[in-house]
Design a protein around this ligand. Structure first.
Ligand code: DWN
Ligand code: SAH
Length: 407
């Protein structure tokens, strides 16, 4: 029996991907022998509606001084976070004397640099030392720590309370969310705002985006599950806004209870979730079937291309690609290498299936016949810059929302 991480009720497992490696655990051949694996199983809590992993990997195994994901590798995301920062400044900081902004999971400073540039008091809380260092170099004040209740208390005593706490693609990474919620409760000013965004459960299910499921993503949030969690701490969701990043995300605005009247977006979203069947067991069963179908189709497509002697390479060694390659058993006989722009990943091998990760320059100088788009969430940005690849007869293989060839 698995207990819900949020409400301790019995969680119902609905999909298992088998033994999986650390998604950002790119390695050298010397490290293959001792590679770490865990059971990637997802379940649904019928009581508090939280969709969650059933086995959590120790945080120190994932977030450390060799963390492989640097947020600033996407110029589209840099623009997105620039607009996010503008919104916070205009809607919540205008007129506030000497405002103070805290970001949880600030990575290389992609969001906070917008505040730093305007000399707004800010602090990033980021446990992966190498990316936190990259932020510091940009002039973004950061501490290397995992955010929780104790860190929140330390920030209050050193810097005071926060006018805004922001977080992107990190809340869903933290299994101990009760401690995080307590930290937010005590760090936020009485009229302060907590805004966070994460991949949205409704989009993951609708688009069969099963590759969003990997070790770092402990939770798959819906508005219902978020309301349930924060209401225990007298914190209230006052507004929600869908975002078109990472394949479909949701931004949640949270304040102390009773401070702001919730906007109509909250009721509208709850109704939508009912229509999507997020509270029904069958929805998750259907998702599992779609995932299995998608896996079989992708595998078959790659086998057909191999039989036709086509050259296929992976495009972007995303965390998500760890789930796809391992779950679909995509090995080097189907995929020559994965092209990626991140120096720390280049020259290493992908987790589990050990496909070589090569610099993007190799892709550009010797185009393959097909590129399997692991960075499908950045399709607009990537396809715009890869017009020559298509012009020379190259084709994309995508698998979200369905397996297809584009080009
Ligand atoms: O939640 C998370 C999100 C925000 O970022 C983290 N757990 C880890 C990470 O997930 P991801 O690795 O799936 O993120 P992305 O942004 O989909 O992929 C980033 C990777 O793609 C980097 O290795 C760089 C690569 N990339 C590339 O090679 N060429 C990206 C772009 C845009 C490109 O043009
Ligand atoms: N916010 C960035 C980074 C997302 S990746 C973006 O949207 O691009 C997730 C980040 O959260 C990593 O940098 C990781 O080191 C950090 N992280 C993981 N657990 C954390 C915790 N408990 N507190 C703060 N940051 C955490």
């Amino acid at each position: 029996m698995y207990q819900c991480q949020i409400c301790a009720y019995e969680v119902e497992p609905f999909i298992s991907f088998g033994r999986m490696p650390i998604a950002n655990g790119f390695l050298t051949p010397a490290q293959f022998e001792h590679e770490y694996f865990f059971d990637l199983i997802v379940g649904y809590c019928p009581k508090c509606k939280m969709v969650q992993l059933l086995e959590f990997v120790d945080r120190e195994k994932m977030f450390h001084e060799q963390y492989a994901f640097f947020s600033s590798t996407s110029s589209f995301m840099a623009r997105h976070f620039g607009m996010f920062a503008e919104r916070v400044m205009q809607d919540f900081l205008a007129g506030v004397c000497d405002p103070f902004v805290v970001e949880i999971g600030s990575n290389d400073g992609i969001l906070l640099e917008n505040f730093a540039r305007r000399n707004i008091r800010h602090l990033g809380v980021e446990p992966s030392a190498n990316v936190a260092e990259a932020a510091l170099i940009k002039g973004v004040t950061s501490i290397c720590a995992f955010f929780d209740e104790n860190i929140a208390r330390q920030i209050v005593s050193k810097n005071g309370h926060a006018d805004a706490i922001i977080a992107a693609n990190v809340m869903c990474h933290i299994p101990y969310l009760h401690s995080v919620a307590k930290g937010i409760k005590l760090l936020l000013k009485p009229d302060g705002i907590f805004i966070f965004e994460d991949p949205y459960l409704g989009d993951i299910l609708e688009k069969t985006a099963y590759d969003q499921i990997y070790d770092e993503h402990a939770f798959y949030f819906s508005l219902q599950s978020i309301q349930h969690l924060f209401s225990q701490y007298e914190l209230e969701v006052i507004h929600t806004e869908p975002q078109n990043v990472h394949g479909g995300s949701m931004r949640y605005y949270i304040s102390h209870k009773g401070i702001h009247a919730p906007s109509s977006s909250v009721m509208t979203q709850i109704d939508k979730e009912r229509m999507l069947g997020l509270h029904q067991r069958e929805t998750y069963e259907l998702f599992r079937k779609s995932v299995e179908k998608s896996r079989d189709q992708l595998k078959q497509l790659l086998l057909n291309l191999k039989n036709e002697n086509r050259r296929v390479v992976g495009y972007a060694a995303t965390s998500k690609s760890a789930t796809v390659t391992n779950y679909c058993s995509i090995t080097t006989d189907l995929l020559e290498y994965i092209s990626d722009t991140t120096p720390i990943k280049q020259g290493k091998y992908s987790p589990g299936v050990h496909i070589p990760v090569r610099p993007y320059e190799e892709f550009k100088t010797d185009y393959p016949d097909y590129a399997l788009l692991f960075g499908w969430n950045h399709a607009a940005e990537i396809m715009a810059k890869e017009k020559t690849f298509i012009g020379r007869g190259g084709k994309w293989i995508v698998y979200v929302p369905k397996v297809q060839i584009i080009g």
